[in-house]
Design a protein around this ligand. Structure first.
Ligand code: ADP
Ligand code: MG
Length: 146
């Protein structure tokens, strides 16, 4: 089976809910359990929140694009913003690292734990794109972190 979705929305905080529901709905038919889908929703929420909070620094006038596809038993989700970008991606991905002292710095950790792979591309002043993949029908998550 093949299905694909492109969702583009403004960087309004409430749209996090829209993105997570849409991706879960697209992913459901390929055999994820309800708890798998909950984990996928958390990963999508973290990526979209980052685009809004960090990428656009809370401004509500930036575009966020979520592209999701299911091919056979694999879900691929990318989340892209055209905001401030990340200067040091390796540092940003470290557990408990955040540029905001009020935050936990665990967003990338959740994305890595709940998906099978995570790729982060970013350039300061240009924006950020994260791509995550997860296969259905897989027991313990074996991570392929890049
Ligand atoms: N889309 C983004 N645009 C700009 N910076 C980002 C983006 N996503 C993540 N970052 C940077 O990476 C850091 C770590 O992200 P994360 O692990 O989600 O932790 P938190 O959101 O709690 O700070 C953020 O504090 C921020 O500096
Ligand atoms: Mg975060």
């Amino acid at each position: 089976m093949i299905n694909r979705m492109i969702l583009r929305f403004l960087s309004v905080a409430d749209n996090v809910g829209l993105a997570r529901v849409a991706v879960a709905q697209l992913a459901a038919p390929i055999g994820f359990s309800l708890s798998d889908l909950e984990e996928i929703k958390v990963a999508v929420s973290e990526a979209v929140s980052n685009a809004i909070i960090h990428g656009y620094q809370g401004r509500a006038d930036g575009w966020v694009e979520v592209v999701a596809s299911v091919v056979d038993d694999e879900l691929t989700v990318s989340v892209e913003d055209w905001g401030v970008g990340i200067a040091d991606i390796a540092k940003a991905r470290e557990p408990a690292y955040s540029t905001d002292p009020e935050r936990m710095g665990l967003g990338f950790v959740f994305m890595e734990s709940f998906m099978h792979s995570l790729v982060v591309e970013s350039a300061p002043g240009r924006g950020t794109r994260v791509e995550m993949r997860r296969k259905a029908h897989v027991g313990a998550l074996s991570r392929d972190v890049q």
